[in-house]
Ligand binder design. Structure first.
Ligand SMILES: *Cc1c(COP(=O)(O)O)cnc(C)c1O
Length: 387
């Protein structure tokens, strides 16, 4: 071949960086096209295994590294990333359900997960029923011959009930039904799902794994090769690829996650204990506190708590007053999501979301960030005065 034109050289360069580079960070491999060394390896490609590469959607060493680390944290074997926590929930649903099947989700489910349930029921011929999150072994009475999946959340991320996961799993397994857990609250650190019977765990990496309030991602993790194959198929057929720059952001935050989580835990418990002494607050819904429904399950099964909890105001305070409380806060910002460094606060109209909710007062959910807890307490103190 003649010396190629500059235009060609700019695409097919001869330069190769020297071998032997070592660093602590995982390299960011961006790729849609992945090259095969010959046709035999192209024809032997297999996107159901992680011992080779096939196409960007399947992943690159960067996403495989994050999947491997996430599986390790939860004590799982297989992991699949999805572009958000909600996408990971949808991926599990589409992996395991088909028209004619029945799905059970808790009454306190993450809002968009419940909305997805409505859509599956309305347009996909799947019956979706809700159950009391504290049902425990009683779930056995709800399992039908066509029940194919039971979702759990521990705890529910607004009303904070902690379910009896082992009891639900035992009843489900007797009938051959897999149980999935939205394990975002514990980040996989404070609750070991597979040791308690869970078949599939899901994480919104958007929360503690990211820690930066700046990236969306999710994951589904399992120990079971058959379940994993189904998840893998849904992942590929729905095209749920993730961007490697986002994967890198999560990889960069992961080494500090345990320290951040423990700091959120400690600050949240201090703030919750202080709130418990306030006459404005009727109930503190924090799984580590006795007033929280399912507290005994938390005590038995969990080794820590996250920075997310809710409070119920005394019913003598109107929504207008508790809104004034929230809007008077200066360090606590108004916004959804959690797990980042900044404290957040959101009021929820639980009475319109849940039929038989036990409380009369207004619920406000707090994400305790990484600010000094005495500053957070001072902030709440001034907001109570303005309320
Ligand atoms: C945030 C969240 C999700 C969804 O995660 P996104 O990445 O925001 O889609 C799912 N479950 C729980 C409990 C969450 O808090």
């Amino acid at each position: 071949m003649n010396k190629p034109a500059l235009q060609t050289t700019m695409i097919h360069s001869d330069y190769e960086a020297p071998a032997g580079f070592e660093a602590l960070s995982v390299p960011i491999h961006h790729a849609s096209t992945i090259l095969f060394k010959d046709l035999a390896s192209m024809r032997a490609r297999n996107w159901q295994e992680k011992n080779s590469y096939t196409y960007g959607l399947h992943g690159t060493p960067t996403s495989f590294a994050l999947e491997g680390r996430l599986a390790e944290i939860e004590g799982g074997k297989y992991c699949r990333l999805a572009p958000s926590g909600l996408a990971a929930i949808a991926m599990v649903n589409f992996a395991l359900l088909k028209s004619g099947d029945d799905l059970l989700i808790p009454e306190n489910a993450y809002g968009p997960s419940g909305e997805l349930g409505h859509w599956l029921r309305r347009d996909f011929g799947i019956t979706v029923r809700t159950y009391d999150p504290l049902i425990g072994a009683g779930i056995a009475d709800l399992i039908l011959p066509n029940t194919r999946l039971i979702w759990t959340e521990a705890p529910g991320s607004v009303t904070m009930e902690v379910p009896d996961i082992p009891a639900i799993c035992r009843a489900a397994h007797e009938r051959g039904v897999p149980v999935a857990l939205d394990n975002t609250w514990s980040a996989g650190l404070a609750f070991k799902p597979f040791a308690h019977g869970i078949d599939i765990t899901m994480q919104a990496l958007t929360k503690y794994q990211s820690g930066g309030s700046d990236v969306l991602m999710g994951a589904a993790i399992t120990c079971d090769p058959e379940l994993h194959q189904k998840i893998e198929r849904a992942h590929m057929l729905l095209g749920l690829g993730v961007g490697m720059d986002d994967v890198y952001l999560i990889l960069r935050s992961l080494p500090s996650m345990k320290l951040r989580f423990d700091a959120h835990d400690s600050a949240a418990r201090k703030l919750a204990a202080w709130l418990q002494t306030r006459t404005e607050i009727a109930t503190v819904l924090h799984p580590a506190f006795a007033d929280c429904p399912g507290h005994e399950n938390w005590k038995r099964d969990f080794t820590g708590a996250a920075g997310l909890f809710s409070v119920v105001f005394d019913p003598r305070y109107t929504e207008e007053q508790t809104d004034r409380f929230v809007e008077s806060l200066q360090l606590f910002k108004i916004g959804f999501s959690w797990g980042g460094a900044a404290s957040l606060c959101v009021p929820y109209r639980v009475h319109t979301m849940r039929k038989n909710w036990a409380h009369q007062g207004q619920l406000v959910r707090m994400n305790v960030g990484l600010e000094a807890v005495e500053d957070l307490i001072a902030d709440m103190e001034q907001a109570f005065l303005r309320m």
